[in-house]
Design a protein around this ligand. Structure first.
Ligand SMILES: NC(=O)c1ccc[n+]([C@@H]2O[C@H](COP(=O)([O-])OP(=O)(O)OC[C@H]3O[C@@H](n4cnc5c(N)ncnc54)[C@H](O)[C@@H]3O)[C@@H](O)[C@H]2O)c1
Length: 436
């Protein structure tokens, strides 16, 4: 099948490459000419495990192309995906749909023959109706169906998630569009991935409900962590104790510095706005957003407290900057407010991240970026693990001790066992593990 993917970012590029890998003919479109030129040279502009090889193989096979020519790609396609960004709108937190609507207008102008236009971007309920209105107004003659197909992939495991999804949600009542979507996802269907056909508005809201629920789970365990710390209990064991209950499940129960990333922060806030607009306030999600916001600077206070309440004149080493491991994405990473708060308290900050330092430079200033964890620890009075990259799981404590001004590890991801770190001669702070 001939597919056009409008927007070649984290979602568009992964989805486009995976559809090509299924055997479809995919043209990825982006208005960022630098990105398209780089992809044309075989350079993948983001870090996502396995993506470079998959892009190269499918480009070589002639199934995956990159272009800035939206009209040409759409004219030729049976399925046109909208995978552009939907960031928070400045000022009010609503999803900024201008990229989606601009894309819809450009797509409408180029439609030729029966075409299914599919919104893969995360968009508030009712956006599909507006996309359809835009398309039909611009092209009353067009034979088109507008479908919602929200994407659930996680950065860092995006290819695996796309190829082995827990479910595929498809929102349309148009039978021809359902048939085309079935065909598009046939390889996954054969692998028994559940495909949920539903109405468009339901599909749109399903995506926000999923993200809000996951953000709630994280925030819940973070608050339990705070309580555990005060009463001398261990949140890791509590998470296991509740997670083994099938009704709860063990995923997303890792206490830490609060959720971040390109989705949860903006999607929870956008969902609140939708709730307000429809006079159906979402009190639980309101609390989640507020609690998570407050948590970020609280992590800096934790570091300060571990250093006796005084950071002025001290150096803090930060390990991990991206919002999670295995991505270079810095959008809304908890490291950003943490670093800013540490600097506000007077600390000098050194930092190291295996993939995110280039992007981090746009988000923080006055940080000394280092080549590895040990260079980062040089002269530091505290080493803070913010992102749990694999390479931070077996640090050489002797080397660290030799490099640091004072051996203190603040492990915001609970990746070490307290006894192990203390045995190595370090003071140790983590999240939600009360001192025994
Ligand atoms: N990143 C994730 O993990 C993830 C997961 C699920 C869903 N989503 C959703 O998918 C959408 C895309 O997210 P992303 O992280 O891939 O964004 P991104 O910012 O990485 O990519 C968006 C791309 O769209 C391009 N673009 C914008 N308008 C365009 C136009 N008119 N024509 C052509 N290209 C255009 C931009 O240049 C950019 O390259 C968002 O709605 C997001 O919420 C993201």
């Amino acid at each position: 099948m001939r597919v056009a993917m409008i927007g070649t970012g984290y979602v568009g590029l992964v989805s486009g490459a995976c559809f090509a890998d299924f055997g479809h003919e995919v043209t990825c479109v982006d208005k960022d000419t630098g990105k398209i030129a780089a992809l044309g040279r075989g350079e993948v502009p983001i870090y996502e495990p396995g993506l470079t090889a998959m892009v190269a193989a499918n480009a070589r096979a002639g199934r995956l192309k990159f272009t800035g020519d939206l009209a040409g790609a759409v004219k030729n396609a049976e399925a046109v995906f909208i995978a552009v960004g939907t960031p928070s709108r400045r000022g009010d937190g609503h999803a900024d749909l201008s990229f989606v609507y601009d894309a819809a207008r450009e797509i409408a102008a180029a439609l030729d023959g029966f075409t299914v236009v599919i919104t893969k971007s995360t968009v508030p309920v009712g956006t599909g109706d507006e996309v359809e209105r835009i398309v039909r107004e611009a092209r009353p003659d067009a034979d088109v169906a507008v479908v919602s197909n929200p994407e659930f992939l996680r950065e860092g495991a995006a290819i695996r998630d796309f190829k082995h999804p827990d479910r595929i949600v498809i929102g349309t009542v148009d039978e021809r569009a359902r048939e085309l979507m079935r065909e598009l996802y046939r390889p996954l269907y054969l692998n028994r991935a559940p495909i949920l056909f539903t109405e468009r508005r339901t599909a749109e809201l399903t995506k926000y409900a999923a993200n809000a629920f996951l953000a709630t789970k994280i925030t819940f365990i973070n608050e339990i962590a705070d309580l555990a710390e005060k009463v001398g209990a261990d949140v890791q064991e509590i998470a296991r104790g509740i997670g083994l209950d099938n009704r709860i499940g063990e995923k997303f129960l890792h206490a830490g510095p609060g959720y971040g990333g390109s989705c949860f922060p903006k999607d929870t806030v956008a969902l609140l706005k939708t709730g307000q607009d429809y006079d159906a306030p979402l009190r639980v999600v309101e609390a989640v957003v507020a609690v998570n916001d407050a948590r970020k600077r609280a992590m800096a206070r934790k570091v300060s407290a571990a250093l006796g309440g005084e950071l002025r004149g001290k150096t803090v080493a930060v390990l991990g900057l991206t919002f999670k491991p295995n991505t270079d994405d810095m959008r809304e990473a908890p490291s950003i407010p943490l670093i800013t708060a540490l600097q506000d308290m007077g600390a000098a900050v050194r930092a190291y991240d295996p993939e995110g330092m280039q992007q981090a430079k746009a988000h923080v200033s006055n940080v000394t970026f280092c080549d590895d964890a040990y260079a980062c620890a040089q002269g530091a009075s505290a080493l803070v693990i913010v992102t749990e990259w694999e390479q931070f799981r077996a640090l050489d404590f002797e080397r660290l001790k030799a490099a640091m001004a004072r051996p203190l590890l603040v492990d915001l991801r609970n990746i070490y066992a307290p006894e192990e770190v203390r045995r190595a001669g370090f003071a140790y702070e983590s999240v939600g593990r009360g001192k025994k």
